[in-house]
Design a protein around this ligand. Structure first.
Ligand code: ATP
Length: 238
């Protein structure tokens, strides 16, 4: 087996006294799409915050490409290659699309390759190049989500983590966004997607994890999970 891009073992974390994650194990393989699903409040976003260094875990270890990122502050975790496109996008709406993209490439590794990566992002999302001089506020919801993904790509991630990318998008835009995520898989990248859109994300995912009450209740290939009776009744209402 190749060295996993991300290896999180026995992660415990929470907010003050409130323990949310209770021993999460999660592994991302190179050039793969992994889905993280589970009910509201199960702990998915808390897991991302913990890996990002925004929350301090009380137990466990995290390695990126075999190198420990334990205890690193958030900017150092990004520089090591774990980049998150957060729920709610957090774009600078009054700044231009071009400026928003450049902000993604502030770490030294990404800065050195900035124009090349920008070219790749424009090839992936042509609308961003067409409208690059306009304020981000002029984009539709779906296009803003593409900008958020594009900005995350500018940081040259080893892991791209997407927190509910389809939130608030019309179905046609969700299809387009998922097509773009599929296209990304062919790059040297591991993608972790949190989604409420369980059916669609499992169809696309190589692997999936189901979080319940801060632990991994189930894992398997995307199609194994799609056909699992417990998962179908709990998350797909079938
Ligand atoms: P969602 O889809 O609703 O985002 P989630 O699986 O991502 O669900 P988390 O956001 O990780 O869930 O929340 C897990 C638990 O942590 C919940 O009980 C939530 O109330 C609590 N929680 C989340 N953020 C905070 C915070 N900033 N302070 C205190 N508790 C929090």
């Amino acid at each position: 087996m190749p060295v996993p891009v991300l290896e999180a073992r026995d992660i415990w974390s929470g907010y003050g006294e409130q323990q949310v994650l209770r021993g999460i194990d999660l592994v991302l393989q190179p050039r793969s799409i992994t889905a993280l699903i589970g009910a509201n409040g199960a702990g998915k976003t808390t897991f991302l915050r913990t890996v990002s260094g925004l929350l301090r875990r009380t137990r466990g270890s995290i390695a990126l490409n075999g190198k420990s990122i334990d205890g690193l502050p958030p900017h150092a975790v990004v520089a090591e290659g774990f980049v998150q496109s957060p729920e709610g996008k957090q774009l600078f709406l009054e700044m231009s699309i071009h400026e928003n993209l450049l902000i993604g490439a502030t770490n030294p590794r990404a800065k050195a390759r900035r124009s090349q990566t920008l070219r790749e992002v424009f090839d992936l999302f042509p609308i961003l190049e067409e409208r690059k001089a306009q304020p981000a506020s002029t984009l539709s919801g779906g296009q803003q989500q593409m900008l958020a993904v594009g900005r995350a790509l500018m940081a040259m991630p080893a892991v791209l983590a997407l927190d509910e990318p389809s939130l608030g998008l019309a179905p046609i835009m969700v299809d387009r966004l998922f097509d773009s995520i599929r296209a990304l898989k062919h790059r040297d990248l591991a993608i972790l997607v949190i989604e409420q859109n369980v059916n669609q994300v499992l169809e696309m995912a190589d692997h999936g994890y189901v979080v319940e009450n801060g632990t991994i209740a189930m894992e398997g290939t995307g199609s194994e999970l799609l056909h699992n009776p417990h998962l179908r009744s709990t998350y797909l209402g079938i």
